[in-house]
Design a protein around this ligand. Structure first.
Ligand SMILES: C[S@@+](CC[C@H](N)C(=O)[O-])C[C@H]1O[C@@H](n2cnc3c(N)ncnc32)[C@H](O)[C@@H]1O
Length: 409
């Protein structure tokens, strides 16, 4: 058995591991670069409080806590709130020892359980497309083993490890923004595949437990909430460093479904589309039909004039989807306008904001999100707006990523 390193060693090892550690626990689709976030966090004076109103996998608050600052984040997705809370916790030596012992027990019990269809299985539509019979047995048995642990930090580590192997053991292939299934393999239970799957879990769990041994210098927490009306208890922060959803119709709920079902943050498909409707930029399931009847608010946004020109062009794109896409763009910027007004009340005088955002195109028409962000920030009470182009996004010549920064007077 390996023991947790001493406090001092923990610190040194942590420094050496700056590139990986907890950031590598679960790589969910669009997390922005740790390096970029660290640069922005490092530029802030010691003792700063940094807010990410769109937490995702918690890159910003984790980077803040690693660098000795205070991170605070908000996400609308309860699974991401749970994940962030697990990522930012400090684990005692007793927690780590208990977690290592639990992994051994889970593996032994899982072998004994074999292919047991009586165990709890998530209510995920067409689950047999996602996992082979053997890998489904691995996940089911590991889940049953985790359920025997009391709720708390030890169990969180075991569950993060379950999340880590979900996609590795699946038939799903994530290509850029979409997901497809590889040809499903064997529907028959295979001992060797089962043993390999279990080993994958064991390895993932040990690697997560090892990196959990390294304490964070600062602290971070993530609140469940809506960034269009931020929770009051955030108080005043020194900086906002974030990467909000892009205007690209990507659904985080759709992408995160397997994790949410296996961690019991989701049980019925209708809850997923309800949640997607609350998520900015979400368009999945019933969220799409609700978009059809969406209308701009009477007060509008400060960018309505420019936006309406672009929305008219998109609506008249000659296909049935035109009006829907125009509404998508309109609702996205209405939501972001609510957000900018809300966040303005939480940045102290002299505080800074940094929004990493990409532009997009709909039916060939550019949606200059970075410019409209800049205008909305000014209208929400920020000054010295700067738009810096960071990188080209893909082979599409028109698509770039920007850092939109501003200062609260
Ligand atoms: C681009 S991701 C953030 C990525 C993050 N910077 C990272 O590194 O993982 C956007 C996040 O915004 C969250 N989100 C969308 N709408 C929201 C809302 N209304 N309130 C709070 N969070 C929201 C989504 O759940 C998603 O996790």
């Amino acid at each position: 058995m390996t023991l947790a390193p001493s406090r001092q060693n923990k610190h040194l090892t942590f420094r050496a591991n700056m590139g990986v550690g907890r950031h590598g626990w679960l790589r969910l689709t669009p997390a922005y670069s740790v390096g970029l976030v660290r640069d922005r966090v490092q530029a802030l004076p010691p003792g700063s409080t940094i807010l990410d109103p769109f937490s995702g996998t918690g890159t910003t608050p984790l980077a803040a806590a690693e660098l000795g600052q205070t991170g605070i984040a908000v996400d609308v997705n309860p699974f991401l709130q749970w994940l962030g809370t697990a990522k930012f916790a400090n684990y005692s030596d007793a927690n780590l020892l208990a977690a290592r012992a639990a992994v051994q027990r889970i593996v032994v019990d899982a072998k004994r359980l074999g292919n047991n269809h009586d165990l709890w299985t998530p209510n995920l539509f067409k689950i047999e497309k996602w996992w082979s019979e053997s890998n489904l047995a691995v996940l089911r048995n590991v889940r049953a083993g985790i359920d025997a642990e009391p709720l708390g930090p030890t169990r969180d580590l075991l569950e993060v490890a379950l999340c880590r192997v979900l996609i590795a053991l699946s038939n799903a292939a994530f290509n850029h923004q979409s997901m497809s299934f590889k040809e499903g393999d064997a529907s028959a239970f295979d001992d060797l595949q089962f043993a390999r799957g279990l080993q994958t879990y064991e390895d993932a769990a040990h690697s997560i437990i090892e990196s959990a041994a390294l304490d964070l210098e600062g602290s971070a927490r993530v609140l469940l909430g809506d960034s269009r009306a931020l929770p009051e208890d955030i108080g005043l922060v020194d900086a906002v460093v974030t990467s909000p959803p892009y205007v690209n119709r990507m659904s985080y709920i759709r992408e995160l479904r397997p994790y949410m079902y296996w961690t019991r943050h989701l049980d019925v498909a209708t809850d997923a589309s309800e949640l997607d409707w609350r998520a900015i930029g979400g368009t999945w399931g019933t969220a799409t039909s609700k978009l059809n009847s969406w209308r701009p608010s009477e007060t509008g946004t400060p960018v309505d004039a420019e936006m309406d020109d672009v929305r008219r062009l998109i609506a008249a794109n000659g296909s049935k989807s035109g009006p829907l896409l125009a509404n998508y763009v309109g609702k996205y910027f209405h939501d972001m306008w609510d957000h900018f007004r809300s966040v303005s009340g939480h940045v102290r005088s002299g505080g800074t904001v940094s929004y990493i955002i990409g532009n997009s195109t709909f039916s060939g028409h550019i949606v200059p999100a970075e410019v409209w962000y800049g205008s909305m920030l000014e209208a929400a009470g920020f000054e010295q707006v700067k738009i810096e182009q960071i990188r080209k996004r893909n082979s599409n010549k028109a698509l770039y990523e920007y850092d939109v920064t501003a200062i609260k007077p």
